[in-house]
Unconditional design. Structure first.
Length: 115
């Protein structure tokens, strides 16, 4: 299974990635640092200027630490679990989410993605 690291401040979070076209296109962009915005008190998001391949499906429930693509251009990190009627393309998951919500904080945050 491919992997990636998300760095927020001085803390790195390993991400176990799924194997799909979205993951390949995303990892081709690495390393990258994004200013991610807050939404709904449970996620951070970033809209890419270009589309990524997507295979969205209704996921039903989302766990803290999941990394998803909404539509074809919106990268989302969920830091709280929730039930959702929306469709996403699963990218991967942060296996150890201890401190993730605190690290992401309130408002926008700079997040670095690397191999």
């Amino acid at each position: 299974m491919p992997s990636m690291t998300i760095k927020i401040g001085n803390t790195g979070y390993p991400v176990a990635l799924y194997e799909n076209a979205t993951v390949q296109a995303l990892t081709d962009k690495l390393p990258m640092t994004l200013e991610m915005e807050e939404l709904n008190g449970n996620e951070k998001y970033y809209y890419f200027p270009d589309s990524l391949p997507s295979e969205s499906r209704r996921v039903g429930s989302i766990k803290a630490g999941e990394l998803m693509l909404y539509g074809s251009d919106c990268l989302v990190i969920f830091y709280k679990g929730l039930l959702t009627p929306y469709s996403y393309t699963p990218i991967g998951r942060i296996e150890d989410t201890v401190g993730l919500a605190h690290a992401l904080g309130r408002g926008s945050v700079e997040v670095t993605f690397s191999n």
